[in-house]
Write a protein that binds this ligand. Structure first.
Ligand SMILES: CC(C)(COP(=O)(O)OP(=O)(O)OC[C@H]1O[C@@H](n2cnc3c(N)ncnc32)[C@H](O)[C@@H]1OP(=O)(O)O)[C@@H](O)C(=O)NCCC(=O)NCCS
Length: 433
């Protein structure tokens, strides 16, 4: 496979932006000045406070291996800082089976407010998709700031997450009492343990992707400009009866000024690889004294904890779209994942950007799929968006038929697809990227 770091910049988008006097290019991430300017533009784009030297230095070191793209305006007052940014890399994504697929992860999409709505983001996104396609990757993926932006490029949400707000006084634990122990550890120790635990979870959790050092450094407050916030973090570890680490949690307790008996506990991260670890850590978090409210964002939409407390209504859930995917090669993407049931159908896929349109005979047997071009009449007609939404097994084709997003031309075709595509647990990614 060609290297994504050296793949030349996209000629089509370069030409489109040149018409506006703008230059598209790759940042030399060994050039400290250039890369720092790019990082500052990225932070400004997301309204993040300008990073201090420590965060910049860590970012320069730990993000250097991404494909780092910028757009420059030589007529701007500050012509060194790019007016648009995007970052991308290949990642392993766990797909149903569980199997894994090499996907194109896209992040840091920003356009300066001085240059908005001139088609810069479109040029960047199309260039990213063409780069991924040139690299032979079957899938692109991103998490989004707004759900209105990426549909036009063929993306659709494939995993969802939920923000939980739990009234801990009503949420008496009724789940299992499990053996093993919960220990307090330092955030540094948690930082050391997290990559290995996440690696094991990533291998089986559909929707999860590889994490990277800076993600864990930021999460645990080891690389941050906000040292006060970092100091309020508490870390715990769950060991099973054999003493093996099976779960980790990071949280902070705040907001006790008005009523000291009614603090809020906010879970920053919770990673568990067994049901026992899950029960032990959730029970611990729900039973911390002087706390009345627990908040946890980016949790799975089928979080079992609501079934482990006395009053289910104590657990309020606000779901949202999380990981968006965009299939770039229908036969390769469908062949990459596993399936729960056999299927013999024909799907027609509309792809306005022309990456992978067509009618495909889709045959699934023994948990594996082949999709080959055919002239047969389709049982299901959909855009690449809808197929991308279905890809990880977390979205129902039948629901998309009901929503008018899939045209079901053969009765029962969507239900048959669902039987093959759906996963027993909701696909989920535990962080943003
Ligand atoms: C979102 C953002 C990248 C768009 O950049 P931009 O260069 O102004 O976008 P473009 O001019 O290329 O617009 C491309 C298309 O997206 C649409 N669009 C752009 N931003 C949009 C938004 N926030 N909501 C809905 N549609 C949007 C445009 O109308 C245009 O539609 P069309 O080509 O189908 O007519 C930019 O506003 C930004 O940096 N926002 C803050 C950071 C952010 O949210 N980034 C996204 C991270 S996931």
């Amino acid at each position: 496979m060609k290297s994504f770091t050296t793949l030349p910049i996209d000629a089509q988008s370069t030409a489109a932006l040149a018409q506006h006097g703008l230059t598209l290019g790759l940042v030399d991430t060994t050039d400290r000045t250039a890369f720092t300017a790019w990082l500052r533009a990225d932070h400004r784009g997301f309204h993040i406070a300008a990073a201090g030297d420590e965060v910049i230095s860590a970012s320069l070191e730990k993000l250097a291996n991404c494909r780092t793209t910028g757009v420059w305006d030589s007529t701007a007052h500050d012509a060194v800082t790019p007016v648009a940014t995007v970052s991308s890399w290949t990642t392993r994504m766990t797909v149903p089976g569980p199997r894994e697929v090499e996907a194109w992860a896209i992040s840091s999409v920003t356009v300066a407010p001085t240059h908005r709505r001139k088609g810069i983001a479109r040029a960047l996104l199309e260039a990213e998709l063409r780069a991924a396609s040139a690299l032979g990757l079957p899938l692109a993926t991103l998490t989004v700031s707004e759900s209105t932006i990426y549909g036009r490029f063929g993306f659709a949400p494939a995993t969802f997450a939920a923000e939980l707000t739990i009234d801990t006084r009503r949420a008496t634990w009724t789940g299992p009492s499990v053996p093993g122990r919960v220990h307090f550890i330092s955030t540094e120790q948690l930082r050391e343990l997290l990559p290995e635990l996440h690696k094991r979870i990533r291998a089986t959790q559909v929707g999860e992707i590889d994490a990277w050092d800076l993600r864990w450094d930021g999460l645990t407050g080891l690389t941050t400009d906000d040292k006060d916030a970092a100091r309020s973090l508490r870390a715990i570890r769950y060991d099973d009866v054999d003493g093996t680490v099976r779960g980790l949690a990071l949280y902070r307790v705040s907001d006790g000024a008005a009523d000291f008996a009614a603090h809020t506990l906010t879970v920053s991260y919770l990673a568990t690889e067994t049901d026992e670890a899950y029960a032990a850590l959730w029970r611990f978090l729900l039973e911390v004294d002087l706390v009345s409210t627990l908040k946890a964002a980016d949790r799975p939409v089928d979080e079992p904890v609501m079934w482990q407390v006395a009053d289910m209504r104590a657990v309020r859930r606000a779901p949202y779209d999380h990981v968006w995917t965009r299939i770039l090669d229908v036969p390769a993407a469908l062949a990459s994942r596993g399936y729960a049931a056999a299927l013999d159908t024909v799907i027609n896929v509309v792809d306005d950007l022309g990456f992978t349109p067509g009618t495909f005979a889709l045959t699934i047997s023994n948990g594996s799929a082949t999709a080959v071009p055919t002239d047969a009449a389709p049982a299901l007609v959909m855009r690449i968006n809808e197929l991308s939404a279905l890809y990880l097994g977390g979205v129902s084709a039948s629901a998309l038929v009901a929503a008018g997003r899939i045209d079901e031309r053969e009765p029962g075709a969507a239900a048959a697809l669902d039987a093959a595509f759906r996963t027993s647990r909701a696909p989920w990614l535990s962080f943003w990227f």
